[in-house]
Each structure stands twice: as structure tokens, then as C-alpha cells.
Design a protein around this ligand. Structure first.
Ligand code: MN
Length: 248
């Protein structure tokens, strides 16, 4: 078996038409994949479909863009919380098209942070588009050190905000789009290598007109390797080591 030692810490596995093929590929290639989900109502089916996986783990989520439609599912979220260590995708999205639901988004996200902190030991994959400052403030207030671990997915805030997040102990999962933009790359350069994970954010990120898949984190690892002036294998091991530490 080919073990590439890759980590994809944010992939919407259940949104691919060829779900089981994709899961088999992750298992075959030993890609440690966090299968984030967007609503508590799909938790059970994801848990069932992934129950025999060694490398793919489901996460319980409530996506900020669905908060206004799915707020009622917070009771399901609370019910399923005990079944998993992994929470995501959760967070806030203050892009213009989602601004009208910010009041509901805040209520949902804070409740999720509160529930997760109370349970303890959870690992969260957090969305923060247009709302990085507020997400970090929320983490500071409602998710103090020791409450669990946070991974900021596709972080697009400022360097100052990133450094606040680092102080709070956050990790960052980096995707192809980030590393291919000047602003994203500039930010990644300021992050310590030991706080970085990789992600595909598939199927939303597209590569050569096809939805990207977990093995495409290869491209991110290559770029990180060049940034860190080490070879690709060593960069992959760094990411794997980071994941191992996060899961301790
Ligand atoms: Mn996502």
C-alpha cells in the first residue's frame, strides 16, 4: 500500500457524487481526512458510512451559511456531540450575501462553542470568511485554552489577527487557493510550520475544472516545502506530526 502521509483536514466528502470511491481512495492512500459536514441532520449517515474507516473521520457540523435554515438542528447537534471529537464545519460568514443572517449565525456559533467547551476535548474546523476578527474574539471569550482545539480553515484575516489566533493556540489548515494567492502566501509565511495543517476544501475548490480531492493536498505540501526550504517528504512529515500533536 502506498502511504503518502498526507493530511486533508477539511473536505466535504459527503458532497461528492462518488462518495464511496473517494473514501476508498483516502483509505488506500492513507490520507488522514476530516470529513466535515454542513448540518447535524446528515451526521448519522456520515457516521455510518465511515464507521470502518481507518483514515477518514466524520465531523459534526452546522455551516454558517446554513445557520438561518438549520438553527433548529442545534438540539440534534447537542444530542450527537458525545459521539465525536471532531466538530466542523462551523463558524461565521460575513460575506455580503450572508450578512443578513449574521444575528442568527452568531447565536448558532456561540451555542456551538459553549456546548463544545462544556463537553471538552473537541477539535473544531472553523470557517471565518469576512469575520476573522469576530471569530477570534468569540474563541477568546467562549472557548478558552483547555476547552478544546481550534483549526482555522481557509483563514483570510490579517497577519495581526493570525498572530492573536496563534496566541490562543489555533492551528491553520491551508489550501491550494490560499497558497496560490499572494495575500494568502504572505500570511502563510508568517505562521510557524508547527501550527499548519493542509486541506482540500473539496469539492468547493476546483482544479483543472474538476472538484479537488484529498490527494490534491499534494500541491499545497509542495508549496510549503519550497517555502520552508525542505523536501516534500519532510514537509508532509511536518504536517503529519502537527496532526499527531493536535490529536494528543
Ligand atoms: Mn468548507
Amino acid at each position: 500500500m502506498e502511504n503518502l502521509g498526507y493530511v486533508d483536514f477539511h473536505c466535504h466528502v459527503d458532497l461528492y457524487p462518488n462518495y464511496s470511491e473517494l473514501v476508498h481512495e483516502c483509505e488506500r492512500l492513507a490520507i488522514r481526512t476530516l470529513a466535515v459536514t454542513n448540518a447535524p441532520c446528515v451526521w448519522k449517515q456520515n457516521r455510518e458510512l465511515l464507521k470502518n474507516c481507518k483514515y477518514v473521520r466524520p465531523a459534526l457540523g452546522l455551516h454558517p451559511e446554513l445557520a438561518h435554515e438549520r438553527e433548529k438542528e442545534l438540539s440534534l447537534f447537542a444530542e450527537y456531540l458525545k459521539e465525536t471529537r471532531y466538530i466542523g464545519e462551523v463558524g461565521l460568514d460575513d460575506a455580503p450575501q450572508n450578512r443578513s443572517s449574521m444575528v442568527i449565525q452568531r447565536r448558532v456559533f456561540r451555542e456551538i462553542l459553549k456546548l463544545s467547551a462544556n463537553e471538552g476535548g473537541k477539535i473544531l474546523s472553523i470557517h471565518s470568511r469576512g469575520a476573522s476578527k469576530e471569530v477570534i474574539e468569540d474563541l477568546e471569550k467562549n472557548f478558552t485554552k483547555g476547552s478544546g482545539q481550534c483549526v482555522l480553515h481557509w483563514f483570510s484575516g490579517s497577519k495581526k489577527e493570525a498572530s492573536l489566533a496563534l496566541e490562543l493556540g489555533c492551528y491553520f489548515s491551508i489550501n491550494m487557493k490560499m497558497i496560490n494567492s499572494k495575500r494568502g502566501l504572505d500570511l502563510v509565511k508568517t505562521l510557524p510550520p508547527e501550527r499548519i495543517l493542509t486541506e482540500s476544501d473539496g469539492p468547493f475548490i476546483v482544479i483543472r475544472n474538476e472538484p479537488s480531492t484529498p490527494k490534491d493536498v499534494s500541491i499545497v505540501i509542495e508549496q510549503l516545502a519550497s517555502l520552508w526550504s525542505i523536501n516534500k517528504g519532510k514537509a508532509a512529515r511536518q504536517i503529519q506530526e502537527n496532526l499527531r500533536r493536535l490529536l494528543l
